[in-house]
Design a protein. Sequence first.
Length: 94
Amino acid sequence: MNGITGFLSRFFGKENEANMTKSVAKERLRLVLVHDRLDISETVMENLREDLIATIGKYMEIDQQALEVSLSRDDDGVALIANIPVLNVKRQVG
């Protein structure tokens, strides 16, 4: 895109939206490939998610629907990434 058309696209965010969509698709594909390479089934990932909910749920009220668990691989190894929205911390009496 050149000239005024390119300027207007950048100004109104159309170019950024396309780049963000591309980045999200690329990240999803990368995560699928990591899961495949590690040979971790969806069942194992779901069991891990449920265990995290049960364990963290003892201490905090969390948004279970928004909880995200994934694996990331780089040159140093594999990392488990958990995005766990905390709604409230449970106060224990005792």
